[in-house]
Ligand binder design. Sequence first.
Ligand code: HEC
Ligand code: HEC
Ligand code: HEC
Ligand code: HEC
Ligand code: HEC
Ligand code: HEC
Ligand code: HEC
Length: 384
Amino acid sequence: MGKIKILVGLGLVLALFPLRHGNAQSDGIQIPTSERIMSRGWWPTKGSAAREEYVGSAACAQCHKHKVQTQKTTPMANTAMAPLDSTFLTSRPKIVGQLGPYHYDLVHNDKQVQYSVSNGKSSASGSLIWVFGSGEHGQTYVYEQDGTFYESRVSYYASPQALDLTTGHSPATPSKVEAALGRPMDPDGARLCFGCHTTASTTHYRFDPGQLIPGVACEGCHGPGSRHVAAMNLDPDVSGPKDILNPANLSPIDSVEFCGVCHRSRIDVVLNRATGLEDVRFQGYRLETSKCFGTGDARITCIACHDPHERLVRDSGAYDKNCLACHAAKASVKAPADHYAVACPVKERDCVTCHMPKVEAPSMHSTFTDHRIRIVKAGAPFPE
Ligand code: HEC
Ligand code: HEC
Ligand code: HEC
Ligand code: HEC
Ligand code: HEC
Ligand code: HEC
Ligand code: HEC
C-alpha cells in the first residue's frame, strides 16, 4: 500500500509538472486514468477533442480495410448500440421475466423496443434509447424520461438466458413501480458509462451522447483521426509521426494501463477500493498483481496475448507460446537466457487451463478468466 501511495503522489506531481512533453504516457510508472486524461496527448476516454476531429471507422477502411472488417465483428465494437441494431435483442421476439412481485417484458416492433414492468395493479414503461453490452455476458438497457437517462433495474444475462437484477442495483423490492423499472443515472455515471462503451460521447469536455459513435470504434483507442487521414491522403509514404497514436510503441506499464482505462488498471482499482470476487472482471488489476507481471515486460502486456482488432481466441493451447516466452519449457533442458522464469513441474502445455482459472462473478451470472496468473490450490479462497 505504501508503494501505491507514493505512486499516487508521483502521479499528482506529474499532472502538475508534466514530464516528457506533458504526455499522457509515463514510461513505466503507474498513473491513474483520471490524471492521464488531463495530460497532453491522446488517451482512451479523453474528452477534449472536437466532434469534427472524429471521422468514424468507415473512413479508416479506405486504407486499413482488413482491420476495419475484423474489428467490426468484435464484442468491443458492438458493446453499445441503438436498440434496433442489437440482433442479440431483436432476434428474440419477446423477453419476459419475474423479479419478486414484478413482471418485466421487452417487446419490439420495427420502430422501437418497449421495456415495461407491472405488478398486476400498476405498470410503467419506457422506450429504449441505448443497449449496453454485446450480450457476450449480458445486456443492460437505457431509457429516457424528461431529459434524464435511466438504467434498467433488470438486465438480460446470456448464460441463464434470463432477466435478473442489474449489477450494482439494490436487491430490495422497490415499493413504487417506477423504481422497479429503473433508476436515474447521475450525469457523472452516465458520462463514464458511455465513455467506456462508446466513442466520442464526450467532446470539448461536454457529454453529448446525441452525436456519439456506437461501441469501441477505431478512434476510441487510437484517438480522433481527421489529422491522420488528411496527412496520409497528402503523403502516405511520409516518414516520422503519423498524427495518430500507435499503442505498439507504449512501454509495458503504459500498454496495460491503456487497456486498463476500461478493463481497470491496478491503480484505478486500488483508488476505487473495488475489490472482492467481482474484481475477477478487472483484467488489468488482476494481471498487474500477478507474480509474472513483475514490473512489466512486453511479453506480458494485454496485446502480447490479445489482438484488439480480432475476436478473442478461445483455444487454450494458443496461449502456451505466451507463457513459454518467459518460462522454461522443461526443467531438464537449458532455456535461453531471457527465459528467466522456472518450468512447470506438472505439465508442458495448456498452461492457462490450470493457471488462469475461470471464476464466476455472481452478479454477472457468468465466468471470467482470472488474469492473476497463479498456482491454484483446491479449496483455497479467491485471492483478492
Ligand atoms: C488515406 C489512407 C489512410 C486512412 C484513411 C487512414 N490511415 Fe492509418 N495509416 C495510413 C498509412 C499509409 C500508415 C503508415 C503505414 C502503416 O502503418 O500501415 C498508417 C498508419 C496508421 C497507424 C500506425 C501509426 C504509427 O505511428 O505507426 C495507425 C494506428 C492508424 N494508421 C490508424 C488509423 C485509423 C484509426 C484510421 C481511421 C480514423 C486511419 N488510420 C485512416 C493510411 C491511412
Ligand atoms: C474504451 C474502452 C475500452 C478500451 C480502451 C479497451 N476495451 Fe476491451 N472491452 C471494452 C468493453 C466495454 C468490452 C465488453 C464488450 C461486450 O459488450 O461484450 C470489452 C471486451 C474486451 C474483450 C473480450 C472480448 C470477448 O470476446 O468477450 C477483450 C479480449 C478485450 N476487450 C481486450 C482489450 C484489449 C487488449 C485492450 C487494449 C488494447 C482493450 N480491450 C481496450 C472496452 C474497452
Ligand atoms: C471503466 C469503464 C467502464 C464503465 C464506467 C462501465 N463499463 Fe461496462 N464494461 C466495461 C468492460 C471493460 C466490460 C467487459 C468486461 C466485463 O464484463 O467486466 C464491461 C461489461 C459490461 C457489460 C457486459 C457486456 C458483455 O456482454 O460482455 C454490460 C451490460 C455493461 N458493461 C454495462 C455498463 C453500464 C450500463 C455502465 C454504466 C452504468 C457501465 N457498463 C460502465 C467497462 C466499463
Ligand atoms: C481496443 C483498442 C483498439 C481498437 C478499438 C482499435 N485498435 Fe488499432 N491498435 C490497437 C493497439 C493496442 C495496437 C498496437 C498493437 C497491434 O498492432 O495490435 C494497434 C495498432 C494499429 C495499427 C498499426 C499496426 C499495424 O498492424 O499496422 C493500425 C493501422 C490500427 N491499429 C488500425 C486500427 C483501425 C483501423 C481500427 C478500427 C477498425 C482499430 N485499429 C481499432 C488498439 C486498438
Ligand atoms: C498471458 C496471456 C494473457 C494476457 C497477458 C492477457 N490475457 Fe486476457 N485472456 C487470456 C485468456 C487465456 C483468456 C480466455 C480465453 C478463452 O475464453 O478461452 C482471456 C480472456 C480475456 C477476456 C474475456 C473475458 C474473460 O475474462 O474471460 C478479456 C476481456 C481479456 N482477456 C482482457 C485482457 C486484458 C484487458 C488484458 C491486459 C490487462 C489481458 N486480457 C491480458 C490470456 C491473456
Ligand atoms: C514476462 C514473463 C512471464 C510471462 C509471459 C509469464 N510468466 Fe509466469 N512467472 C514469471 C516470473 C518472473 C515468475 C516468478 C519467478 C519464478 O517463479 O520464476 C512467474 C511465476 C509464475 C507462477 C508461479 C506463481 C506463484 O504463485 O508462485 C506460475 C504458476 C506461472 N508463472 C505461470 C505462468 C503462465 C501459465 C503463463 C502464461 C499464461 C505465464 N506464467 C507467463 C514470468 C512470466
Ligand atoms: C494440469 C494443470 C497444469 C497445467 C496444464 C500446467 N500447470 Fe503449471 N503447475 C500446476 C500445479 C498443480 C503446480 C504446483 C506444483 C507444486 O507446487 O508442486 C504448477 C506449478 C507451476 C509453476 C511454479 C513452479 C515452481 O517451481 O515454482 C510454474 C512457473 C508453472 N506451473 C507454469 C506452467 C506453464 C508455463 C505451463 C504450460 C507450459 C503449465 N504450468 C501448465 C498445474 C499445471
